[in-house]
Ligand binder design. Structure first.
Ligand SMILES: C[S@@+](CC[C@H](N)C(=O)[O-])C[C@H]1O[C@@H](n2cnc3c(N)ncnc32)[C@H](O)[C@@H]1O
Length: 264
């Protein structure tokens, strides 16, 4: 006689589905708002100086595969794409990834003339890409928002090529005390770590050649500049003088196995 299987429903008919947004959905909502207010494009003005200095250190070669993690409106992705374009080593590809679909939409609209850029909507917590792919990764002003930085680093390690290089640029960190002035103004939670803590975090994830340095922002601040993020123009100038934290690291010369293969 066939056994009777009773399947019990785990949801009651009148149960209200849980609408609490996940941490990624909160980020998506908040940065979609930024995007619709035009903040994505405005960030180019605020981050260009420190990003150009970082891109110089990235030593990009034609043919390389590059990830711009938390690409926003895509202006830095386009800078990378020009440098990694066609070359003797092959066809360079740049991927811009962002958790805000509205940022991705705007980035795509502004990048029509490029044939080596792909913008992808997704999260640093689960990078929708294959193992061992990217030669270089840039992330500008995005890393301290990631709900689980350990998971994001594990994902970066997975998708980076053997000996791939990682460049994380962040303005909000403990050793620049002026940056702490805008923590309370942000509508999503952020991590506030020190340079030493970040270095330790990268080492714990088996990254090699971990290095940190400060990248001052040399753009002048006009006397009539209106700041809502800082208590005063003097504080803003002091913040720029100390500068952003640049974290640099390499993946060791090893390949991550593709999923589904167990190594014994
Ligand atoms: C301050 S903006 C910087 C954008 C861009 N890099 C720039 O400099 O203009 C931070 C960006 O990180 C993205 N972001 C935040 N959390 C993310 C996550 N978990 N995964 C991917 N992107 C994320 C946001 O959507 C936003 O576009």
């Amino acid at each position: 006689m066939a056994a009777r299987v009773v399947i019990e429903s785990t949801t009651k008919d009148n149960a209200v589905p849980d609408k609490t947004p996940t941490p990624d959905e909160r980020l998506q909502n908040e940065f979609n708002r930024w995007a619709s207010e035009g903040e994505g494009e405005k960030m180019e003005r605020h981050h260009l100086d420190i990003t150009e200095k970082t891109i110089r250190l990235m030593d990009l070669r034609p043919g390389e595969r590059v990830l711009d993690l938390g690409c926003g409106a895509g202006w830095a992705t386009r800078l990378l794409a020009r440098l990694a374009a066609d070359g003797p080593e092959g066809f360079g590809q740049v991927v811009g990834l962002d958790v805000s679909d509205e940022m991705i939409r705007r980035a795509r609209a502004a990048t029509k003339d490029f044939d080596n850029v792909l913008y992808v909507w997704g999260s640093a917590q689960q990078i929708p890409w294959e193992e061992n792919f990217f030669d270089k990764v840039l992330s500008v002003e995005s890393f301290y928002y990631y709900p689980d930085q350990d998971r994001a680093l594990a994902e970066l390690f997975r998708v980076m090529a053997p000996q791939g290089r990682l460049f994380i640029l962040i303005n909000l960190y403990r050793d620049n005390p002026y940056s702490l002035q805008w923590v309370d103004k942000l509508k999503v939670p952020v991590h506030v770590r020190s340079q030493a803590e970040y270095v330790e975090l990268l080492r714990r994830h088996a990254f090699e050649k971990v290095e940190a340095r400060q990248i001052p922002d040399d753009t002048p601040t006009p006397d009539d500049y209106q700041t809502t993020s800082f208590h005063s123009l003097e504080d803003l100038r002091a913040f720029k003088r100390i500068g952003a934290l640049l974290l640099m690291a390499s993946k060791p010369n090893l390949r991550n196995p593709a999923p589904g293969y167990a190594i014994y």
